[in-house]
Design a binder for this molecule. Structure first.
Ligand code: FES
Ligand code: FE2
Length: 379
């Protein structure tokens, strides 16, 4: 295991940051470049918060399962025979081999190493050649369970056994999502885009949380939505980013037949972004997956009315993939390189009191949550 930040580093990491958005700097660059802070991010943030797994459709039937990596640990989420949703470390209790791979349907969990067999609730039921062992009973062995929750159409897990339920800590988020996307559970998977980015995950989140950069970096986007209506609001552990679809023509993609006219976006601490773009009914989930201090994976999943995207959605997917994402990835990779030089420690947060999209108060909100997590982790 890598070294953690020193006591002194913990003490100084919040320097320059103030709860007052009018008078504060951003989180210090060392939190984005130092492997020691990345270790803290994985253990104290990613492994202690609610992490997005998939849409409920993937885990509807008994025996369905999905595996994911969270903070580098493999987790399996399963619908057991009794219909209960379960999650556990995807690690065999015999000699730690992984158990399930990918996703699919199964009646039991058999380890590919020595064929120990577990029920879908994690209970060991068979261990070949163990009859003559003393003091060994399969009934005493069960996979390590992890908290799992169905929330507004999606499944989330939390590796912290003492974490409070997502429903309890997320205020009005579910009500808001269901208000804008009442059909969220009926949507179905349509498309996935993936990206491997040379930047710290927090730079990806920072960039997602403000549209101050939109007029310079995303000209098409500023026609797609009406920037004058763009409003960003922060709450406990999430923020909402709302705007009306642009009225005139735009160069991003065709919204002339759009039934959804509002661009409704939510960010859920720390790494989940939910987006309902103008068009047919849809929800796009951007899952931000921290890999190393300067490496982040992203998955963009499109949940649509039908598994086949329509013409406008294909255009929207192309626009996101070939225009918007390229622009944003260039930005965050450039920022990461800049932060790795001695020329940058932290910068000023730009705050507009009207809470418009051209304000960085949601970035400031995120930095506050990161610093709270660091303060809790301090030795
Ligand atoms: S490690 Fe799983 S059966 Fe041996
Ligand atoms: Fe952007």
């Amino acid at each position: 295991m890598r070294d953690l930040p020193s006591k002194d580093q913990f003490k100084r990491i919040s320097e320059g940051f103030s709860p007052d958005p009018f008078n504060t700097n951003s989180l210090k660059a060392e939190a984005y470049v130092d492997p020691a802070w990345n270790q803290v991010d994985l253990n104290e943030i990613i492994a202690k918060t609610w992490q997005w797994v998939c849409h409920v459709e993937k885990l509807r039937t008994p025996g369905s399962f999905v595996t994911v990596e969270i903070a580098g640990r493999s987790i399996a989420v399963v619908r057991d025979r009794e219909g209960e949703l379960r999650a556990f470390y995807n690690v065999c209790k015999h000699r730690a081999h992984h158990l399930l791979t990918g996703e699919g349907q199964t009646t039991r969990i058999m380890c590919p190493y020595h064929a120990w067999v577990y029920k879908l609730d994690g209970q060991l039921v068979r261990a070949p050649e163990t009859e003559s062992l003393t003091n060994f009973n399969t009934r005493d062995i069960c996979l390590d369970q992890v908290q799992v929750e169905e929330f507004a159409g999606f499944i989330y897990v939390n590796l912290d056994p003492s974490a409070r339920p997502l429903r309890e800590v997320s205020g009005e988020l579910e009500t808001e999502i269901r208000h804008w996307a009442p059909d969220i559970e009926k949507l179905t998977f349509g498309h996935r885009l993936t990206y491997d980015i040379k930047s710290n995950w927090k730079n990806v989140v920072d960039n997602f949380l403000e549209c101050y950069h939109c007029p310079t970096a995303h000209k098409d986007f500023c026609d797609l939505v009406d920037m004058d209506t763009y409003k960003v609001t922060t709450y406990g552990i999430y923020s909402s980013h709302m705007a009306e679809a642009g009225k005139g023509t735009n160069t991003a993609y065709n919204v002339s037949n759009a039934t959804v006219r509002t661009h409704a976006v939510w960010w859920l601490w720390p790494t989940t972004c939910l987006m309902r773009y103008p068009g047919r009914s849809s929800m796009i989930v951007l899952n931000i997956i921290p890999i190393g201090p300067d490496r982040t994976l992203e998955t963009y999943d499109f949940f649509l009315e039908t598994p086949e995207p329509d013409e406008a959605e294909l255009e929207a997917i192309r626009y996101l993939d070939q225009v918007l994402q390229r622009e944003d990835i260039d930005i965050v990779e450039s920022v990461q390189r800049g932060m790795s030089t001695p020329a940058f420690t932290q910068g000023r947060i730009v705050h507009d009191p009207s809470g418009s999209g051209k304000s960085e108060h949601a970035v400031h909100h995120f930095h506050g949550l990161v610093l709270d997590a660091y303060a809790k982790a301090a030795p």
